[in-house]
Design a protein around this ligand. Sequence first.
Ligand SMILES: [Zn+2]
Length: 184
Amino acid sequence: MMRVRPFLIAAGVLVGGYAALSFLGAILLNRDLNQVSACEVRLGRLSLALMHYASDHDGNLPAASAWASAIVGTEPSLHQVISEADFKCPQARSAYGYAMPASLGGASLYDLKHPESTVLLVEYETGSMNGVATDPGAIPRGRHGGRVAVVYADGHGGGINYIAAREELADTLKLGHAGNATSR
Ligand SMILES: [Zn+2]
């Protein structure tokens, strides 16, 4: 890493360029936030479809390796059929954009001890529509200015810092087989 130059020099640059930089920064930030919002809406629809699936299967989620296949073509809200395009993040460099933690495959939503902090779906670098999250490090840091869209097992979600998202995925992966280890 480069060392920061004495701040007097930096201050001279900043005074001249601050207005332009902050204006540019506001535009970029706004663009990033708009895109993470689009991601949040998309993940919200996918999680709603998963909730419907679970309610049709005694509370059980599909296998992690088939979660997207289980809900594509379903209609979680009126006239909003889930299509393959819904599994892509506009900013993803990988073919698809989202994943379900491996520990939640086949898990019962009713048995989760802390659904409000259990990651149900999260942005992830994956080439599969049925992305399976096994590595917190594969949560991208560069899609939306360091923020990633995440939805929890209680259905709430939002855009959060990628470091926090990685920590929450790591905790969710500790739930172990079928996500129920902490409920015993
Ligand atoms: Zn995204």
